[in-house]
Structures are given as structure tokens and as C-alpha cells.
Design a protein around this ligand. Structure first.
Ligand SMILES: [Zn+2]
Length: 130
């Protein structure tokens, strides 16, 4: 995955963890900003730098995204290193994505109920592995 796509994927995935990473009000605001930027990305706009600026505002989300991008960096070879919320390694998980491409959730065990996209309120569809 190239750097731009990795940033977009990180934004789709971090949304699920914002309530764990941030105060409720901050999490809600950042979630809405990321949803808006991901919708713009779907329209073909280049938003990866804007996404990085948004997540960099808070220490916890900045660290999450940095760790995610390091894990996704092909130069680092096999995924490994420190686990972060939603991205434990090395276990592969089923990847579920919003049809509008703005939310990704990774299912680590078959029994976990699949959430709805918080922006669109629609069921996520299975798409590959996390
Ligand atoms: Zn959605």
C-alpha cells in the first residue's frame, strides 16, 4: 500500500478507536472531520496531509497513526513490533469496510458482531484481511 493509501486506511481504521483514545467530545469532533475528509478522498481530492494534521492535534491519535504507518510500511517487511488498538500483530483479522469507503473495522474473532458505519448507518461489508 502506498503512503497516501496507508494514511486513508489509517483514518478509516482509527475512527473505531477514537472513543478509546480521546475524550468523548474530542473524539466526536475528530470522527466527523475524518469522515468529511474521507468523503472528499472518495471524490478524488488529495486529503492525506489534511488527515495527518487532524490526527496530529492529539498525542494519542498522532501516536496511533505513526504506529499504523510504520506497520504498513513495506520497507519494514513483515508486520511486527508494538501492538496498537485495532492492529494487534501478527494475527490476521477479517476486514470490514463501509460501502462509502470511510470506515474500516477489523474482526479478530468470528463471534464479534459487525458494527454499522457511524456516518452512514449501514452494515459494513467484508473486504479482505486487516
Ligand atoms: Zn460510511
Amino acid at each position: 500500500m502506498d503512503r497516501t493509501e496507508a494514511v486513508l486506511e489509517g483514518a478509516r481504521r482509527i475512527r473505531h478507536f477514537l472513543p478509546q483514545l480521546l475524550e468523548a467530545e474530542t473524539a466526536t469532533g475528530m470522527d466527523q472531520e475524518l469522515a468529511r475528509l474521507l468523503a472528499q478522498a472518495r471524490q478524488g481530492e488529495k486529503v492525506d496531509n489534511a488527515i495527518l494534521l487532524v490526527v496530529a492535534r492529539e498525542r494519542s491519535t498522532r501516536a496511533w497513526m505513526q504506529a499504523f504507518l510504520e506497520l504498513e510500511d513495506p520497507a519494514r517487511g513483515l508486520k511486527g513490533g508494538e501492538a496498537l488498538p485495532g492492529h494487534p500483530s501478527p494475527v490476521n483479522a477479517d476486514r470490514f469496510v463501509c460501502p462509502e469507503d470511510d470506515y474500516v473495522w477489523c474482526r479478530h474473532s468470528v463471534g464479534e458482531p459487525v458494527p454499522l458505519c457511524p456516518t452512514h448507518g449501514v452494515a459494513l461489508v467484508r473486504a479482505g484481511q486487516c
